[in-house]
Design a protein around this ligand. Sequence first.
Ligand SMILES: CSC[C@H]1O[C@H](OP(=O)(O)O)[C@H](O)[C@@H]1O
Ligand code: HPA
Length: 244
Amino acid sequence: MTTLAIIGGTGLGQLAELTATTRKAIDTPYGKPSADYIIGELGAREVVFLARHGNPHTIPPHKINYRANIWGLKQLGVETIIAVAAVGGITPAMAPAHLAIPDQIIDYSYDREHTFFSDTSHPVTHIDFTYPYNPELRDALIDAATRAGIAASPSGTYGCTQGPRLESIAEIKRMEQDGCDLVGMTGMPEAALAKELNMRYAALAVVANWAAGKSDGEITMSEIEQNLHVGMANAAKVLKMCIA
Ligand SMILES: CSC[C@H]1O[C@H](OP(=O)(O)O)[C@H](O)[C@@H]1O
Ligand code: HPA
């Protein structure tokens, strides 16, 4: 049975390292996942890959069916999820193309289906979310980055905005005061849904750009693409080392 999954986001719509792949379309009680699940091998391990924004990349962050994505992985027997996420860098260490393994999260998103526990016919369920990211899985990613010789910040707070627009300077200032180091649009409810289904979940963040106001001028898609080109190549090395 497959136990490990990688969810790829912006800049990682497929995982070239996967070999012997098959596809699996899954329907769930919550609707359709973003794409077919790609099941293949990485090193000696079976790995499931899911393109968070669909294939091709057409689903914006606020329209992603996070519940279907996570439910489908559970159906496939996945117990461990490494989520790859493009982010904006807020604090000085989080420079473009840098990697980080966040340890905390703040949710600024809204109007998203964010729980499996809305059903009023069951007793109310409150999961613990003290550690949104699985500590052992985070340690494995940190260790893999060290062994791969790739610099990665071993902690950081990820702030999840609603998107799809990027943020204003004032919004980033507020997030920085709140303690955010990184800003993205997909970390929630993904992390919480995985925890609700008792799955190990950690994120490998790749900095695509300085967040609004942290560099001169506006943020351009071409700078994001260039930084992700470098950052995702390093992320793939960390994933490979981690899984091996
Ligand atoms: C301008 S790129 C913004 C886009 O990239 C991130 O996606 P993902 O987390 O899936 O890698 C961010 O959350 C936004 O969706
Ligand atoms: O600046 C950003 N803001 C939000 N999400 C992002 N994903 C990449 N860059 C950014």
